[in-house]
Design a protein around this ligand. Structure first.
Ligand code: THU
Length: 139
């Protein structure tokens, strides 16, 4: 169970990270932050490419940055925030995409919370109830 303070810190880190997005093609700037077991927070933003299928979402950037920097481990919670830039810039909700849900399922427990800025908090297992696992594959 996340304390209110941990929740606020995670959301604030996700909001701040959105300002570091590289999103010249979509204009959609997203920030994400993950909470590690030792209380550390690692943030990331979406990074786009002219070849659009190379875009990396904020959630995956944050998860991969945390694992690369601090070692492979279970991530306790994740927060995500979208920033609409320009006049009246404001942070708001964004629903994590399917591939990011699969990556969350790899490194987070099914009951780990995903906090959407200004939206609903759902457990990873609610976002992706039946993640792909090689052992469950008939191939
Ligand atoms: N995006 C994220 O960073 N996270 C999501 O959960 C959904 C979408 C990014 C990818 C792309 O750079 C931009 O938002 C528009 O789809």
């Amino acid at each position: 169970m996340l304390s209110d303070a941990a929740r606020d810190a995670l959301l604030e880190a996700a909001r701040a990270a959105a300002h570091g997005a590289y999103a010249p093609y979509s204009g959609v700037c997203v920030g994400a932050a993950v909470l590690l077991a030792d209380g550390g927070i690692v943030a990331g933003a979406n990074i786009e490419n002219a070849a659009q299928n190379l875009n990396c979402c904020a959630e995956r950037t944050a998860i991969y940055a945390a694992l690369a920097r601090f070692g492979v481990q279970r991530i306790q919670a994740l927060a995500v925030s979208m920033l609409r830039e320009g006049e009246g810039a404001a942070h708001g909700p964004i629903s994590p995409c399917g591939p990011c849900r699969q990556v969350m399922a790899e490194f987070m427990d099914a009951d780990a919370p995903v906090l959407v800025d200004g939206g609903v908090t759902r457990a990873v297992g609610e976002l992706l109830p039946d993640p792909y696992r090689p052992s469950g594959s008939p191939c």
